[in-house]
Design a protein around this ligand. Sequence first.
Ligand code: 3PG
Length: 306
Amino acid sequence: MKVLVATEKPFAKVAVDGIRKEIEAAGYELALLEKYTDKAQLLDAVKDANAIIIRSDIIDAEVLDAAKELKIVVRAGAGYDNVDLAAATAHNVCVMNTPGQNSNAVAELALGMMVYAVRNFYNGTSGTELMGKKLGIHAYGNVGRNVARIAKGFGMEVYAYDAFCPKEVIEKDGVKALDSAEELYKTCQVVSLHIPATAETKNSINYALLKDMPKGAMLVNTARKEVINEAELIKLMEERADFKYMTDIMPAANAEFAEKFAGRYFSTPKKMGAQTAEANINAGIAAAQQIVGFLKDGCEKFRVNK
Ligand code: 3PG
């Protein structure tokens, strides 16, 4: 059996070593395609792969057509919007993710971006503190939970809204559960986004939702760029000089944001929420173990294309 690690944005070496150990202990072969720049390289590498470990790499019908021996794809991470699930099912390929494995890393980055913003991008002027500010967590999954835990350490007042998580589950963490996204954005000066990119959420973070955020508002996005209505966010930031946008996923309109909103807009050059050795090890090794469990025992825990 051949397991391919195909990562345009590679894991830390220590994580690759861990993956190799798991795969070779099972008697399988590991192949690596890292930092590829062209889809043709991926199409070639998948030809004889029985299993693939990816990150944000795109697995579409063309890749699946080329991967004639493929049985399973594991997205080492949470969001699987980069995999065409219907095409995978049609090709009889199992798709899994590794929920929770990189969530602390993403949560730490979200809080790091908040500190950077309230301290005026470390420009030497007096900023403000996170303590006492109201933080709204939009979607209370693995990352949202970690954000709540860390934010409470900062002394923030933590609120959350999640359409799919019962209020009691949120409130047992000492977080105030609200009834709607509208209420969350009206209540909180800082909102941290943790919704996945789906047909329902795309472009859903729009002018109508953001306009009522309290004075000194900040939106922090460590989720996906697709959930933001960029044109409407630009319009809002033009109208509100107090509004800051911090993102780990560079918007399509990055140049316009950077030019118009210097000092209150920041984007990482490449998504790096999950770029820690710990997150790479956790997610990479979980992916390797899930592949071995599936190929040897047919275990389908964490399958996302049911
Ligand atoms: C995820 O969905 O797990 C995160 O967005 C991290 O993605 P990455 O592995 O592409 O950095």
